[in-house]
Design a protein around this ligand. Sequence first.
Ligand SMILES: *Cc1c(COP(=O)(O)O)cnc(C)c1O
Length: 368
Amino acid sequence: MTRVPVNDLARELDAERQELQAALNRVIGNGWLVHGPEHAAFEAEFAAFVGGGHAVGVASGTDALILALRAALDGHGGRVATVANAGGYSTTAATIVGAPVTYVDVDPSTHVMSPSALEASLTGDVRVVIVTHLYGRLADMDAISALCQARDVILIEDCAQSVGAVRNGRSAGAWGDFATFSFYPTKNLGALGDGGLIICRSEEGVHKVRQLRQYGWATKYRVARRDGQNSRLDELQAAFLRTRLPRVQGWNATRRAIIQRYADSAPASIRVLPATGSDHAAHLAVVETADASDLARHLMDHEVANEVHYPIPDHLQPAWHQQQGWDLPVTEHLMGRILTLPCFPMMTADEQDQVCAALASYDGAAAP
Ligand SMILES: *Cc1c(COP(=O)(O)O)cnc(C)c1O
């Protein structure tokens, strides 16, 4: 029995070899390497994919968060409210821009930001909310955006895991004042290297972000903002992403079907987080169980690789835990209880069977 990997990028690249080589040849042929025609076309195509707003390509999902936060705060200070269970990317960005973080607890059934916990956290000094559509699942955006609007708080959606998720005709990235995307190779829409993008709702927002990604320039060599930097999505990555963008919805549907198979096979002691509707991009197949390390050992015994997204909540990270006393009972309850199963569009039926059989044979303790 060969081990089922959590992901396998080589398979996907091989299947798309010809289209990717054609994209490479286009770039070599026209001689633009940054901010050329592929980048401009990708920005336009991606904005249309999300259903509006202005798209700004940047170098990574983390840069997208940093630049969106800088534009949102715009030198005024204020706190950033976000969750503590989403890998730390928001905390990294807030730390880089010098904004203090307020942690908000998550919903026990979906693991994304709880609107009622957010409401309790929206004290006067919170200026920005970053909501992460974790594992690919859209958060309760109608409730969250209503709370932000009522209090004049700027909303940033972190869509790094949720590209292509749609609820009632509205896509991930269509609610926030800003929405950030990552094209890190393992994301549902991956580049062949790093990449990121920001969707900006307003003209004012996109004006700021375009200056911030290019040295703070108002025009060439004329610096209008002192908080600018260099952050570019290069022409080659834009060309690859244009090739792949039309396939994302199909891939997401395949991912959802894989997670559904796991849900159908798992015993009562393993709760597979549902990813059934189009409002879930099914980026990660996450399960909840009483003892995740016990399940991890069982899966490895059955040659099924697995990971944890994410093992340490932000407020317990050694570098960030200076402020104590967060009230995050759900976030802390989930520690040691979550595990990520293999899930990628090119998984074979045999591999899916192997994961399903391993789940079905687990006789660990039921979750209380
Ligand atoms: C991957 C990821 C990021 C960071 O993206 P990079 O391109 O790796 O910088 C941010 N937020 C979330 C939720 C992610 O999954």
